[in-house]
Design a protein around this ligand. Sequence first.
Ligand code: ADP
Ligand code: ASP
Ligand code: MG
Length: 412
Amino acid sequence: MSIVVQKFGGTSVGSPERIRHVAGIVARTVSEGHQVVVVVSAMGHTTDELVKLAGSISRKPSAREMDMLLSTGEQVSIALLAMALHERGHRARSFTGWQAGIRTDDVNGKATVRDVLPVSVIRSLERGEIPIVAGFQGISPDGEITTLGRGGSDTTAVVLAAALKADRCEIYTDVTGVFTADPRVVPAARKMDEISYEEMLELAHLGAGVLHPRSVETALLHGVPLFVRSSFQDEPGTLVKEENQMESTLNVRGIAHDLHVARIKVLGLPNRVDTLPRLFGLLAEKHINVDIIVQSEHDRERVDVSFSVDENEEHRVRDVLESARDHLGFERILTESGLAKVSAVGVGMITRPGVAATMFNALSEAGIHVKMVSTSDIKISCVVDRDRAVEAANVLHEAFGLGVDHAAVSNR
Ligand code: ADP
Ligand code: ASP
Ligand code: MG
């Protein structure tokens, strides 16, 4: 019998009716002869509300206590979904992350899954039950509850699918699949029937919140076929899979945007060979992810280094750098928040010159100032002011002709 892992996000389990509806989707898959393992997120905006609640008690809550708090959201949904399946006459059993054997490192708030030992989930399947696993959470080597970072339930689903050698992993959400840009802000965005793991990974890293980046990384590593589809409409979704040659003839496949970017400028650092490793080593020790880095040499004595980080990290970066001012020897730090990053992604870009020129032209014609740029084989990203980011995403979507259905055009 084939195993299917089905994950339902916050909106999909946002109310008792939605939970009953999800129970119906799971029951239908079981009736088709599959063994189903379910992963759920916290109901609706529960996680945001818990974050706010913590903020009303403490300005800087401990990361351990935050994980203790946030992990409760998913525990509510697993129990309720199990009850909804019981009501339909199914045998179902809920599991927290640790009960399901999701073992992580000890980085509270953004833990990485190290190992999955789903013994209890397998036993549950063998007993003819539907196991329902809490997404987003795991257990550290010291037995502490950890969480995988916002949106991490997708990763719980894919690591379980890989460990159980599932036939497929289905991510049910509030849109009908992966689009050429965020359909909520780019009205011309088009649903893709398929996308390669590599392109999806890049889009996810660059802010396309529909899939947690590490879920795509894991799916790629283990070759898990990943479907993104709607829990609201019964339509085929998007299949994330190995690259298809036909697809790579397209330049740009999608536009992603990330609205939470800050730029840090470290001015007047000593122009020495160990300056960069000292600076970024310090940030790495604190698990701070640095994105675009630009270095400019003043003269033989001094260099300036600018880099972008997630806006949530801005204060922490400042604290870490200020406390190492003597060690690093810089003159000044400037920080700028209220920025965003807009990116064009596509594996075909590698063989197409002129993608950067098209991007800069389109932004310049719209009067959108580019503050930082970074490129790789399959993407170009520009940092812009946040209040122009959605406009930039729409402008680029149009400039790269993404609103046109290429498959439909070639089929005519
Ligand atoms: P869930 O709670 O189901 O995990 P998320 O909010 O995490 O749902 O992800 C779904 C959202 O991702 C959509 O509502 C959409 O606004 C956003 N999104 C961003 N980029 C894309 C994209 N390229 N394709 C589809 N959805 C996208
Ligand atoms: N509930 C968590 C969040 O809101 C995890 C998830 O939804 O995937 O980030
Ligand atoms: Mg999500």
